[in-house]
Design a protein around this ligand. Structure first.
Ligand code: ARG
Length: 461
């Protein structure tokens, strides 16, 4: 069939609905530049195997060059009748190199090994861009942490008041997962660095083409050890979908806090005008849409991962057309993060932390109760008993509507004989924070070290 990659054994063309279902140019066209790069490498492999003469190679490369330029300029696009990017580009090659020469390029390769190679190349490229975006979010978090070194805030568990911590410590707790996401991308890249080209349909090729040569031409570290695996596996695409989903979830968790912090009730931070939106009816509104979109898109990214895993779970080896369903979710996931990451970075970098409010709230909700218990332990009271006594102190305050920091020496001696006025010395936010001075703790000295460590980790990426 004209402009089709198959048809010799068919009497008629495909049904209209069959073709509409099968067609993928509307989403796989973004791989065109990589398909052409693969074709260049493949042409050289054919030449090395004696299947293209010197002149034929030269003409083939010139035609591919022209095709590449025409794709880039938009002069060549997929036609309604093209099934996929591979078929469309073969048509484009034949238009430029003639049917005789253009028809030689497909020898020893299949769309199965082509697509498996292209998706790896594409992921390697795109994940580098995603890494830069993630790094910018880490930079925004670390920048805020540096600006606010020493500012206390209420630390929470179960969203209930727990212990005072430094705002910088809390912000860096959002930076570390993102730094691990950068590690994940780097680890994944090492696995993506093997080329399936040369696997052909599933069994490899009989034409003496060297997969290692093609791999090197395309910038891979080597070629896959198994041609069946090379064409049938999509675990690496699923792994990429996981990394995108994980980044989404990490952004969503910090975003959820931004949403809470910017409420009147919390009042911990104000959103910058440039990174929030108004309401069409309520004039007072300043809405955290960036954070909400981050939270929403995390759901979408998780859906892409689970959808892809479900697609893969029942597939026999080797290639099955189901595998085409990996493209749209992974492309969409990359597209979503490309717009989301800069917005989240901008929102975080411009958050206006209400440091007075944070400091005022830090000791509230009896968040220094653990310090009372720890003080008792230092007086050699067993912790179980110390916990009870500190609990009684909380109850005492609760009944009187006061905070632990309001206790007087008289109050203290009424609560329990083990408590002496000396305990009042540890009942301060600063004392509580700086007492937690082991590695990873919230003491200012430790957080200052930690910030440098986070910045170094980022620089190493
Ligand atoms: N478009 C397909 C994919 O994305 C590749 C083409 C393989 N088609 C085939 N009939 N073997 O996986």
């Amino acid at each position: 069939g004209q402009g089709r990659l198959w048809g010799g054994r068919f009497q008629g063309g495909p049904a209209e609905a069959m073709f509409a279902l099968s067609k993928s140019t509307q989403f796989d066209w973004r791989l065109a530049y990589l398909d052409i790069a693969g074709s260049r490498a493949h042409a050289r492999a054919l030449h090395r195997a004696g299947l293209l003469s010197d002149t034929e190679l030269e003409q083939m490369l010139a035609a591919l060059e022209q095709l590449d330029a025409d794709v880039a300029s938009g002069a060549f696009v997929a036609a309604e009748t093209d099934e996929d990017v591979h078929g469309a580009l073969e048509r484009g090659l034949m238009e430029r190199a003639g049917h005789e020469l253009g028809g030689r390029l497909r020898a020893g390769r299949s769309r199965n090994d082509q697509i498996a190679t292209l998706i790896r190349l594409y992921l390697r490229d795109e994940l580098r861009t995603i890494s830069l975006g993630v790094a910018d979010v880490v930079t925004a978090l670390a920048g805020q942490a540096r600006t606010h070194l020493g500012v206390p805030m209420p630390g929470r568990t179960h969203l209930q008041s727990a212990q005072p911590v430094l705002l910088s410590h809390h912000l860096l707790a959002h930076a570390w997962p993102l730094l691990r996401d950068l590690d994940r991308i780097r680890d994944l890249d090492a696995r993506l660095a093997l080329s399936p080209y040369g696997s052909a349909a599933l069994a490899g090729t009989s034409l003496g083409l060297d997969p290692e040569f093609v791999a090197a031409e395309l910038g891979f570290d080597g070629s896959v050890p198994n041609s069946i695996d090379g064409t049938a596996a999509r675990d690496l695409v699923a792994e990429a979908a996981f990394v995108l989903a994980m980044i989404g979830v990490d952004l969503s968790r910090v975003s959820e806090e931004v949403i809470l912090w910017s409420t009147v009730e919390f009042g911990f931070a104000k959103l910058d005008d440039a990174w929030s939106t108004g309401s069409s009816i309520m004039p007072q509104k300043k809405n955290p849409d960036v954070a909400e979109l981050a939270r929403g898109k995390a759901g979408r990214l998780i859906g892409h991962l689970t959808g892809l895993l479900a697609t893969l779970k029942g597939l026999p080896l080797a290639y099955n057309r189901d595998l085409q369903e990996d493209k749209e979710p992974i492309f969409d996931g990359l597209d979503q993060l490309r717009v989301l990451l800069p917005a989240v970075a901008g929102m975080i970098a411009t958050l206006d932390f209400q440091t007075g409010r944070l400091a005022e709230r830090a000791p509230q909700g009896f968040s220094l109760a653990t310090d009372v218990a720890d003080w008792l332990v230092k007086q050699r009271v067993p912790f179980a008993e110390a916990h009870e006594i500190a609990g009684k102190a909380v109850q005492y305050c609760e009944q009187r509507g006061i905070e632990l920091t309001d206790l007087t020496p008289e109050d203290v001696s009424q609560i329990d004989p083990h408590l002496t006025p000396g305990v009042l010395e540890v009942l301060s936010v600063e004392g509580s924070i700086n007492a937690r001075d082991g590695r990873g703790g919230t003491a200012l000295a430790r957080v200052t070290e930690q910030l440098a460590e986070a910045e170094q980790t980022l620089d190493a990426h």
